[in-house]
Write a protein that binds this ligand. Structure first.
Ligand code: ATP
Ligand code: MG
Length: 459
């Protein structure tokens, strides 16, 4: 936990002491008034619905010793306040200042899909040899990332940091704070295309990560991604590619499924062959494991130990967790959805349900702008030749997924569309049987976990 005094704080955030003693020390930083701990620093942020400044008094009562503020606030005995122009910028500046105090290698991860999964996979590998700080959950934005970086302390030997974005300039600000030594880009999909205009726009936004990369740093790119592959040899950094289709520095071959138990693949590193087992299903996890291998090798971890690290991986909450309820296998992937991750999840359903009935319950994917209908349709085109028994779509544009399957003339897949989770659940409870595999996936706002929970509550 970090500790410093108001003089250092004012210097780090280019603020000035508004009132209180300059030598008041604080331990730990929070932006959430409910999480204030004793003698901590509270940074009030101004959001769409709330202004953290309204909670400053309450935070001091709860034990905070220092706060930042961009407005005049009444004095509190024994505490201190530091005045800044913009508290969100001050949070970022404080994190950037803190990062500079630790000369440890940082792995920064961005990309359209698979950031959290790759972050967890890389952390599993690096933890085999180092004490690792990693982004908790999905704390990957302009608030979560600085708070993550502020948690670096002298016990950490490395940090694995996820960087998310929804528009230009965000990754630029995040990489300036995290200052990675290894920059991983998982893929260039279509998430946030509404704001970024095109896939080229998305690529440009993701490449902002390089602005903060150490000059001797390593770029790790998905070599099977048509937009990333051509960058090898064109960037002013050492660059390695990973993939499954050949031509990459780290190439997986002989992909084997072990059903629900996971998958395995072979890889040759420094002319020696290795077999790698991943304890979760899905080809997409091979990509995440390959990125972790590239990071592990760069961090001088022997391949045998990297392989042990990959075996420790477990998926995050609602990211394809497989739950067995009375013999019904629920693949809960309700955390979020994009066309790419829909495809990844459909592959998993097909892979592990072999010989059993498979049901895909797919909700709307958001933030697709005027391409939304086409992109939903493209998911249906991906599904049309898959061995899936039911496609149940929920919401609005997801109906285009069913439409594409219907247009393909594949009468083997039963199609149903519902406008709400409630209606879909009612139908599902009428058809689902022990032995079935049922995938549940949609954008966060679709709250598809309601369907998973509904099945779990059924007899
Ligand atoms: P967010 O933008 O919400 O932070 P993310 O990029 O962190 O998302 P994850 O949370 O790791 O992505 O994964 C979300 C879903 O995407 C997973 O449940 C899985 O279905 C799929 N997925 C994970 N890794 C990949 C990958 N490398 N390629 C394609 N799909 C993936
Ligand atoms: Mg994430």
């Amino acid at each position: 936990m970090i500790s410093f005094d108001c003089v250092e704080l004012a210097e780090a955030v280019t603020g000035k002491l508004l009132w209180g003693e300059p030598d008041v020390t604080f331990f730990g930083v929070t932006t959430d008034s409910r999480k204030v701990t004793k003698a901590s620093l509270f940074i009030p942020l101004i959001g769409e619905k709330f202004d953290g400044h309204d909670y400053i008094e309450q935070c001091f009562k709860a034990g905070a010793s220092v706060c930042l503020t961009s407005k005049p606030i009444p004095e509190v005995a024994g505490c201190s306040a530091v005045l800044v122009d913009d508290t969100a910028k001050a949070l970022r500046d404080l994190a950037a200042w803190h990062r500079k105090k630790f000369d440890i290698p940082v792995v920064g991860i961005t990309g359209s899909v698979g950031k959290t999964s790759t972050k967890d996979m890389v952390s599993c590998v690096l933890s085999q040899k180092y004490s690792v700080l990693k982004t908790q959950g999905n704390f990957n934005n302009e608030i979560g990332l600085p708070l993550t970086v502020l948690n670096i302390d002298s016990s950490h030997e490395t940090a694995v940091i996820e960087m998310g974005m929804s528009g230009f300039g965000e990754i630029s600000r995040l990489t300036a704070i995290a200052r990675p030594d290894i920059a991983i880009i998982t893929n260039i999909g279509v998430s946030h295309i509404e704001k970024l205009g095109s896939q080229e726009g998305i690529l440009k936004a993701k490449l902002e990560i390089l602005e903060g990369l150490h000059k001797n740093g390593l770029v790790v790119l998905n070599g099977d991604d048509p937009l990333l592959k051509p960058l090898k040899g064109k960037l002013p950094f050492r660059t390695v590619l990973y993939g499954m289709h050949g031509g990459s520095d780290y190439t997986a071959s002989n992909y084997q499924t072990m059903g629900e138990q996971g998958t395995s693949f072979e890889i040759t590193v420094n002319e020696a062959p290795y077999n790698v087992e991943i304890p979760v299903p899905g080809i997409h996890n091979v990509y995440n494991a390959l990125a972790a291998i590239a990071a592990g090798i760069e961090m001088k971890i022997p391949m045998e130990i990297i392989i042990n690290g990959i075996k420790q991986f477990s998926p995050g909450n609602m990211r394809q967790s497989i739950i067995n309820h009375n013999g019904i296998k629920i693949i809960n992937d309700a955390y979020n959805a994009s066309p790419q991750s829909m495809q990844a999840a459909i592959n998993v359903l097909e892979e592990i349900s072999s010989g059993s009935r498979s049901i895909a319950v797919l909700g709307d994917m958001f933030e697709m702008g005027n391409m939304s209908k086409d992109l939903h349709y493209s998911v249906g085109e991906f599904i049309k030749n898959k061995k899936i028994n039911y496609i149940i779509t929920v919401g609005q544009d997801s109906g285009m997924i069913s439409q594409a399957v219907a247009d393909s003339g594949n009468g083997e897949i039963k199609l149903r569309h519902f406008e709400s989770n409630k209606e879909a659940l009612k139908y599902i409870l009428g058809i689902v049987m022990p032995g079935d595999y049922i995938l549940i996936k949609g954008s966060r706002g679709m709250k598809m976990e309601e369907i998973a929970d509904g099945i779990m509550k059924s007899e």
